[in-house]
Design a protein around this ligand. Structure first.
Ligand code: GLU
Length: 486
């Protein structure tokens, strides 16, 4: 048996970061088993359909470095892979179920269904259900309604009070009684199939062996099981994955805490490799201390028996930042520069020309690389490498406790004026000798100098910074700072 997994996005909006986790696990399972991963677009809900969303979903999956063996853009022998291009198929299968008496035509109007719902609610029924009225229509009535062109849907005839059990590879056997299941619409009045019909027909026709998806789909699974039974088809294996929640809470990811959609994470300057590495651990772990994983290593180690048996896993944004910083530090300054420019280009981010420059950019990045956690931080961390800073006078005096800040700066200026060899090692040695001679404490002298030259408290090592800025600019900035203190 060739393992075939799938992801079935609905183009209803931006792709969520959790979807990428599910794609990743589906890719890993199929690759590990030497199988195929396919992508199918489930665009049958025309009310929720968002123009352009399909392309954005396909693009963002690619942006994360993931690919599919079959599906839109690449094709494959089981296509088309977009459900709106397969409509006649679903109708055929819905009618097959009618012939088998597992489904029936329903001609009830929107108004009569609303009335039914309202009366059931008024009776205090916990969940409302269709009352199977149209199941009792005679053949003649059905024929007449059809030839009169009366709008209809096709519903699944869910048997009463039957325990439906399916085996989940993570959660074990799950049983749901059919009394809690409504007679699902299989084919809608607009001729489109419902999700339930289309997903079952396509998973079957596309030879899907493992259905791996978020565990919010567990309540839908018995409906699918009933459909497989009705068609007489073999069930796939089910693997339901934990959904994501904000760390420390019980709620799903929220914009209040940062990005939620897959593209937003990239736009903030998280690297795809770092994001994948982070997502690998949201629902799985290798049972070792190993934390840094390439996609290849993940595929190699992935094992469904190590998927976490839990409803929700914590999405630890701090941890993601840490991993991203780690991936940023692993790059050579030149590679980081390329990644940085590609990112700015993709998201139309305006950069200081100095950062774009192939000679200066990598050097500046190398100076901040230790501290950068995401690419979007770089610009705010580096303005003083290119432009004179705005220096805050209170901040400038904050670190000089014993000595006078103005004296400190004046003495540095006089001393630096005569230094010929302006490289960081030389500046480092001479400056330390100098403050010792003057009796300045290192912190008060160097912080005052740092703020005078950069306007910032946290910068790359001071002498790296001074070397980059150059002697002339350093002296000019010290002069300006002295003026602020005057
Ligand atoms: N189209 C469904 C979705 O939007 C697919 C669910 C499934 O994997 O069965 O996620």
């Amino acid at each position: 048996m060739t393992v075939r997994t799938r992801m079935a996005p609905s183009p209803t909006g931006e792709y969520h970061i959790g979807h990428i986790r599910t794609v990743l696990y589906n890719v890993a399972l199929s690759k590990k088993m030497g199988g195929k991963f396919l992508l199918r677009i489930e665009d049958t809900d025309r009310h929720r359909y968002v123009e352009g969303a399909t392309d954005r979903i396909l693009d963002v999956i690619g942006d994360y470095g993931l690919s599919w063996d079959e599906g839109p853009r690449v094709g494959g022998e089981f296509g088309p892979y977009i459900q709106s291009e397969r409509l006649s198929l679903y109708e055929k299968y819905a009618k097959e179920l009618i012939a088998k008496k597992n489904a029936y035509y329903c001609f009830c109007s929107e108004e009569s269904l609303n009335e039914l719902r309202n009366s059931q609610q008024a009776k205090g029924m916990p969940s409302t259900k269709y009352d199977k009225k149209c199941l009792n229509l005679s053949e003649e009535e059905i024929k007449k309604n059809l030839s009169d062109g009366k709008p209809y849907v096709i519903r699944l005839n869910v048997p009463a009070n039957r325990d439906v059990t399916f085996h989940d590879e993570v959660f074990g056997d799950i049983t749901i009684n059919t009394d809690s299941i409504d007679d699902q619409i299989l084919l809608k009045s607009d001729g489109y199939p419902s999700y339930h019909l289309a997903v079952v027909v396509d998973d079957h026709l596309m030879n899907i062996t493992h259905v791996m998806r978020g565990n919010d789909w567990i309540p839908s699974t018995p409906k699918h099981v009933l459909l497989y039974e009705a068609f007489g088809w073999e069930q796939p294996k089910y693997i339901h994955l934990p959904n994501l929640k904000e760390k420390g809470g019980t709620k799903k990811l929220s914009k209040r805490f940062g990005p939620v959609s897959a593209i937003q994470f990239l736009e903030e300057g998280y690297l795809a490799e770092a994001l994948l590495n982070f997502l690998m651990f949201l629902g799985w772990n290798p049972g070792t201390e190993k934390e840094i994983y390439s996609l290849e290593e993940f595929i190699n180690d992935f094992d469904i028996s190590r998927i976490h048996k839990t409803d929700l896993v914590a999405f630890d944004r701090e941890k993601l930042l840490w991993i991203n910083g780690y991936y940023i530090r692993q790059l050579s300054p030149e590679d980081l520069h390329t990644v940085f420019l590609n990112w700015a280009n993709k998201f139309s981010i305006v950069l200081n020309p100095g950062l774009i420059d192939r000679n200066i950019g990598p050097k500046v990045l190398s100076l901040v690389q230790e501290r950068v956690k995401k690419l979007s931080e770089v610009s705010a961390m580096t303005p003083y490498f290119f432009d004179n800073p705005k220096v805050d006078s209170t901040l400038l005096s904050e670190f000089a406790k014993e000595a006078n800040p103005k004296d400190i700066l004046t003495n540095f200026w006089l001393f630096y004026k005569n230094i010929v060899n302006w490289d960081k090692e030389n500046l480092d040695t001479l400056s330390h000798d100098f403050i010792k001679k003057k009796g300045y404490k290192p912190k008060e002298a160097f912080m005052t100098l740092r703020i005078a030259v950069t306007g910032a408290v946290a910068t790359p090592p001071l002498f790296d910074t001074l070397e980059f800025i150059g002697k002339k600019t350093t002296l000019l900035r010290i002069e300006s700072a002295i003026k602020i203190l005057s």
